[in-house]
Write a protein that binds this ligand. Sequence first.
Ligand code: F6R
Ligand code: MG
Ligand code: MG
Length: 393
Amino acid sequence: MIPAPRNVQRRAGRGKGTAVLTLSIIKADTGGWVGHSSVHPAMVEVAERAVAGVRGSLLIDADVQYCGDDLALVMTHEHGLEAEAVHSFAWDVFLQTTAVARDLGLYGAGQDLLSDAFSGNLRGMGPGYAELELEERPSEPVLCFFADKTEPGAWNMPLYKMFADPFNTAGLVIDPKMHSGFLFEVHDLFEDQRIVFDCPAELYHLLLYIGAPARYVVKRVFSKTLGEIGAVTSTQRLALMAGRYVGKDDPVMIVRAQSGLPAVGEVLEPFAFPYTVAGCMRGSHHAPFMPVPRAMAHPTRFDGPPRVVCLGYQLKDGMFGTPRDMFDDPSFDRARQTANEVMDYLRRHGPFEPHRLSLDEMEYTTMPAAQEELASRWEKGTEGLPAVVSGAK
Ligand code: F6R
Ligand code: MG
Ligand code: MG
């Protein structure tokens, strides 16, 4: 039996006066400028105006960010997880940015809004979200990651490295507060089920699952020593929700850093290796995950390579202060260069695997529709000449 992390216990017994802060990132693709490459400044402006109207009332603070064609609202508030007021506010902002996208003729206006009407919270409605509750530490460094042209399992490898790999995180070896390890909550995106692995004891079991990131994704990581949540990801898969290919899920992730959690540099270190993720052109290709500063977060070549942006916030009384653009650092130049080399290599495979995703993953793209056209052309059996050649048909 794994004890419930302390911040979860605190929430269960939350009474008036307990300063539990909720940090929510809610994101959606509501239209691309140009194609699927970026968000139009007019959409960002509308979102900024909307958050300015509720800063200090519904929300403590908010910041508007984007990566590729995905717009994200980064918010602090006291309404808890999946709060109707906060989710309906975000939904309303996305309706407004969709209207701007329609007015300007931007591409795929309202792409991720799968429902006509808001009901309760955003679960199953298209927008992705990652939320956590915390009691702000005297200093609370938080790293928020935003991705474009990939899927939620893209966070599996870096989360493993940050919280379980001593070759990445020196603190796992030399910080006594990290020695007892971390709990990994893993969700099965194909079945409504989850499992928690107690690491390092169950590292191999963890890897058995999260090495298959199209299906198993790390949802949350908890520190056993601190009883605190260390990380949370967005885990929705648009195609599974919509029943057809809509676009990639373009996930977000929140990681708290320092003082018994991985240091900022340990959280960022996994991205120095541009590992391969699924997504890129038509959500159908393996391609390197490129860490970039905000100014480079506009995938253009072959709708890729997939991008990741990280903004660092130093929370103070729930306020974000000025965000730091964490991959705006020459020490990630080599990762970007390697990503370009890997992209060249993979592109030369054209429509062949392993650049193109395997058949079972292609089921969640537009490929089944293309195969439908050829369904009647398949002939049973493989002996002799095909009927169209022998003239039997
Ligand atoms: C990937 C993505 C794009 C589109 C591609 C084709 O997540 O959104 O790569 O799949 O640009 O878009 P459509 O089919 O809208 O022309
Ligand atoms: Mg798009
Ligand atoms: Mg996108």
